[in-house]
Design a protein around this ligand. Structure first.
Ligand SMILES: [Mn+2]
Length: 319
């Protein structure tokens, strides 16, 4: 097996596919069994978009950096979950049109759309900034006219501002567009200032919040159980803004906020969710890694490890 620094990295050295638009079932791979889109349970797309951020840009470099960081742990069984059948492929980066947010989001949606229409695979987006989530949610909602999904949202920010679509307004728009069921939506780790109308909006829509202050006085298991209770066992989407982590653990992001989770705390909550086979996740993303602000790749490593955990935690044990 090649050492990590050799070659052109796909995430975890998973089989690679051409980005869609052209859904090509034949693709080459370096290691492991050949797998087609229709055999895959998860398809990972890079969504290198950062044109609708409110502060520092740079998350367009996130997908490449996270793939690179994932080279640290493709060479054995998961240390916690053990051997698992990873049915995932790396679908490459989705084409972005610089300066055209609408068209770029349309292209992300189309890729996820084609995927879910033609196969049983589920999407994973590597951001990119948080606006990319709405494209995935649009595809999940509209491709098979499925009901709105629940949402597990880890973030320092509420992302419920009003105004033009961007990374601070994305879930306001997602609710207005009926893409998510707000009564099965929970926001975890919040600690950034927000306008008072957000409280009214949450009350009106029945959105749950576990602020970081509440996380401070609760155990990992309490937090995870609360999440399970809100999303139940119905389909839900998992969206992780890497800025939910403390800047000590994730400095490489556009809008850092002090006082966040350690990487280990976040991974513990997520592992608890995977271990309890709940919730029923139909799509996920990890967003807002901005490598230019990173130190020693720690943010990209955290994001890669979180996704590595996700793939193993949700995979079947080998029969
Ligand atoms: Mn955020």
């Amino acid at each position: 097996m090649s050492p990590p620094y050799i070659g052109y990295p796909s995430f975890l050295r998973l089989p690679r596919a051409t980005p869609l638009g052209v859904l090509n079932p034949d693709f080459w791979h370096e290691n492991g069994p050949k797998m087609t889109f229709s055999e895959a349970e998860w398809v990972i797309f890079g969504a290198p978009l950062d044109m609708a951020v409110t502060n520092r840009a740079g998350a367009r470099e996130g997908p490449r950096s996270i793939r690179n960081a994932s080279m640290n742990f493709y060479d054995g069984n998961h240390p916690f979950f053990g051997p698992r059948e990873i049915r995932a492929i790396d679908g490459g980066d989705i084409e972005i049109v610089p300066g055209d947010l609408k068209e770029s989001l349309r292209m992300i949606k189309e890729n996820v759309d084609v995927l879910t229409k033609m196969t049983g695979a589920k999407p994973i987006l590597i951001g990119g900034e948080h606006t990319v989530t709405i494209a995935s949610l649009r595809a999940l909602r509209h491709s098979k006219t499925k009901p709105p999904v629940g949402l597990i949202h880890f973030d320092a920010h509420c992302d419920l501002w009003r105004g033009a679509l961007g990374h601070g307004t994305v879930f306001h728009h997602a609710i207005q567009e009926d893409l998510i069921d707000p009564r099965r939506m929970i926001q975890v780790g919040l600690r950034s200032p927000y306008p008072s109308y957000v409280d009214n909006f949450r009350d009106l829509n029945g959105i749950e919040v576990i602020s970081m202050a509440t996380c401070d006085i609760n155990t990992i298991h309490c937090i995870a159980e609360h999440i399970r209770k809100v999303v139940q066992d119905q389909p839900c989407y998992l969206s992780i803004d890497v800025d939910v982590l403390d800047p000590a653990f994730a400095p490489g992001t556009g809008t850092p906020e002090a006082g966040g989770f350690s990487t280990r705390e976040l991974m513990s909550i997520l592992r608890y969710l995977y271990q309890t086979k709940c919730p029923n996740i139909v799509g996920m993303d990890i967003v807002e890694v901005s490598p230019a602000y990173d130190q020693s790749e720690i943010t990209s490593l955290a994001a890669a490890q979180i996704l590595y955990d996700f793939l193993h935690g949700t995979a079947k044990e080998p029969s």
